[in-house]
Write a protein that binds this ligand. Sequence first.
Ligand SMILES: Cc1ncc(COP(=O)(O)O)c(C=O)c1O
Length: 368
Amino acid sequence: MHRVPFGDLSRQYARHRNEIDSAINRVLERGWFVLGEEGRLFEQEWAAFVGAVDAVGCGSGTEAIHLALWAHGVGPGDVVVTVPNTCVPTVAGISLTGARVVLCDVNPDTALMDPSSLEEVLSEHRVKAVVPVHLYGTPADLSRIAGLAAQHGAVLVDDAAQAHGARYRSRPVGAQGFTTCWSFYPSKNLGAFGDAGAVTTHSPEIAERLRMLRNYGQERRYYHKIPGTNSRLDEIQAAILRAKLPHLEAWTARRAEIAQRYRTGITNPALRHLFIPTNVSSCYHLYPIRTAARDGFLRFMAEKGVECLVHYPVPVHLQEAYRYLGYARGDFPHAERLCDEVVSLPMFAELSDDEVDYVIESANAFQG
Ligand SMILES: Cc1ncc(COP(=O)(O)O)c(C=O)c1O
């Protein structure tokens, strides 16, 4: 019997060991570990890759969301809108600003922010910022969301923690002129060897604020212009990310190839694929399918030796931690149903064709 893991970071390291080891050694030999040459160069390279004016490294994707909103002046008393079927750190990052989180529903076919649900929220609340999530690596409907946000005087800060290399209307996510938040958590499409994040921006003023906010509000050493925090991308992580970045396009292409095989190969009527809009290219951070018989499918795939995971089983508004937001089951029916039905298949660039074929064969053998 095969065993197909959900992910396996050791395969990537094995293939790129020399480049990664020498990047780490470069930092060790230089003896400079926080806010140095590697971070500065990675920021330039990442901004160029996504087509933004600047990038500012920080400690994690959660912190990227916190810092980005903070830099735009979001704070206590403000309202920020996002979606319920996201990874909880989207909401954790927003909450760190002290702003109130308000949710809107998602499109049932794409699992992404639904502009008409957003519009309802925008007409009911004075919203300071809208945070669409490019969930699973598929860009949200940015132009409609941005149009609505602008109409209501709200800023758009997008959560691209899963969207490295994804494209919206042929341009990379991050190139659209918004403030975009990235995570380089190890299992992301571009992952560090620990926590890491960044914010990309098209505004030199926002970039300057971000650089102060992440470094205790310092304008220069020991001169603090604004209150800030400590959230920096360290030199070892930046050097690792620089070593990996030249491979990101090839990894994304391989993920797209695997996704295509899943899409055409899995024809079991008990399983449904998510819809990817025609004007975007997903970077397939994850490949979820839907089934009303999820528990049975998970058990069946586990017996076959195929590791699957659920992203995410409980929407934000039904999490114990966010009960205080005041929502109940039934408030966001599309997000709730997706959380009940989605299940992610193994997806990483180093999966072999044989493994992909085995996942397809196993999924097709499931009797829902
Ligand atoms: C959609 C989304 N937003 C935010 C985050 C937070 O990133 P991090 O884990 O780097 O804090 C993640 C990843 O965990 C994510 O998937």
